[in-house]
Each structure stands twice: as structure tokens, then as C-alpha cells.
Design a protein around this ligand. Structure first.
Ligand code: PXP
Length: 235
């Protein structure tokens, strides 16, 4: 199972002070050195964390796979083509949401999504679509010509314990259907050090996108060293 690390939160910390650090480019290099096989960022319409300048820098430093999450608009697709992303993941986007709230409804927006997928593939960019674990959505995604789907693991991650197995079963069924339709099947959202293992056991899923939990842990496991280094400067 490949790990792609979502580093949006690094930019969120930077923007909390509108400062120069921490830089997503530095985070991407460290994540790759630690074994990440992909770097993911979400370019939001409001540019609240990742900005186009970050994409330009990331394009220069990411040696694995640069995956940009974005809305399926002409403006966004043109940016991805100009930057030369390796992969774009089309996601639904609502202006004031805290994070992506669910999968893209490919069935009801097939023409828009198909246009974005076609334009991405013409630009040599792999297309992925973030979708809920519903067979109809997987089939709709395959029909618009995408290379991959990322199955939304959020409902599994937030399910009550008694509903977890059912949620996991839906992810497994969706993944099987994706493989049957010759799609590459990825997964992500809400995965943590505690809940990731059952998803890893789904062999049809070949890559997971994980952000919040990794950056949260980095803040805590890194705090000891950071404080010690400052204490040493204050001696
Ligand atoms: N996949 C998609 C499409 C997302 O929008 C996000 C959050 O940015 C993730 C995966 C990663 O989710 P998390 O930060 O909860 O690990």
C-alpha cells in the first residue's frame, strides 16, 4: 500500500501568521525522505492554505507524485496543466467547509466532470475522482474516463463502532467494482494511526491519502525536540 501525504496543514500553520514558515516544499521533501510515495495538496478556490506559488515550488521539489485536489472547473484544470501536476483529484468544494465533506456526485455532474477529465488527460495528467463508496458513483466515474478513483473513507472513520464493519464492507465492494472497471483504486479521508489497518487490508486499494493525522502527530512528536532546541538557545 502506497502512502501519499496531504500537507495542506503545513500551509495552514504558515497562513495563521502569514509568515514564510513552515513551507510545504520543505515538508514535501521530508515526507518523501521518510517514505511517502506521493504528495497531495488541495488548491481551494479561496486559496486559504495552498497557493499557486506553493504548487510551482512543489513541482520543482516533489520527486514522487504531485497530486493536486481541486474543483472540476476550467480555471482549476488550466492551473494544473500549467503547473504540470502528475495527478489531479477532482473533489466537490463548498466555500466555508472545514474540509472536503463527501465525494463528488459524478452522476449528477457527468458532463462537467467528463470535460475536466478529458482536459486533464490531454495535458498528460492522471485523473482521479474523490467519490463516496457507492457502486453507481464508481460506474459513473469509470464512464467519464477517469484513470483512478479515491474512495471516501470519511464515513468509515467517523462511524460508530457498531457501524464500522458495514462501512468497511461498502468500501471493499466499491473497490472491487473499481478494479472490475479497470480503475486504479485509492482511498482517503479521516484515516488515523488507530483506524487505518482495516483499510490497508483491502487489497484492491493501492494508495491512501492521509493528512490531518500525520501532521497532528508530527506536531506532538516533534515538540520535544523543538522545545529542547529552544531551551538550549536560552541557556
Ligand atoms: N482525500 C481527500 C479528497 C481530501 O480532501 C482529504 C483532506 O484534504 C484527504 C484525502 C485527507 O484527509 P485527512 O486530512 O483527514 O487525512
Amino acid at each position: 500500500m502506497r502512502l501519499a501525504v496531504n500537507i495542506d496543514h503545513i500551509a495552514t500553520i504558515r497562513e495563521a501568521r502569514q509568515a514564510r514558515e513552515p513551507d510545504p516544499g520543505a515538508a514535501a521533501i521530508l515526507a518523501e525522505l521518510a517514505g511517502a510515495e506521493g504528495i497531495t495538496v488541495h488548491l481551494r478556490g479561496d486559496r486559504r492554505h495552498i497557493k499557486e506559488r506553493d504548487l510551482e515550488l512543489l513541482r520543482q521539489v516533489v520527486a514522487t507524485k504531485l497530486n493536486i485536489e481541486m474543483a472540476a472547473t476550467d480555471e482549476m484544470v488550466e492551473i494544473a496543466a500549467r503547473i504540470g501536476a502528475d495527478q489531479v483529484t477532482l473533489v466537490p468544494e463548498r466555500p466555508h467547509e472545514l474540509t472536503t465533506e463527501g465525494g463528488l456526485d459524478v452522476r449528477s455532474q457527468a458532463a462537467t466532470v467528463e470535460r475536466a477529465v478529458r482536459r486533464l488527460r490531454e495535458a498528460g495528467i492522471r485523473a482521479s475522482i474523490f467519490i463516496d463508496s457507492e457502486l453507481d458513483q464508481i460506474r459513473a466515474a469509470a464512464a467519464v474516463g477517469t484513470d483512478a478513483v479515491e474512495i471516501n473513507t470519511g464515513p468509515y472513520a467517523s462511524a460508530a463502532p457498531r457501524d464500522r464493519d458495514r462501512s468497511l464492507g461498502r468500501i471493499k465492494d466499491a473497490a472491487l467494482e473499481g478494479v472490475r472497471l479497470r480503475l486504479e483504486v485509492l482511498g482517503g479521508h479521516g484515516l488515523t494511526y488507530v483506524n487505518v489497518r482495516p483499510v490497508v487490508a483491502i487489497r484492491e486499494i493501492v494508495e491512501l491519502n492521509i493528512g490531518h493525522s500525520i501532521v497532528s502527530r508530527a506536531a506532538l512528536v516533534g515538540l520535544d525536540r523543538a522545545v529542547r532546541e529552544m531551551v538550549a538557545l536560552l541557556l
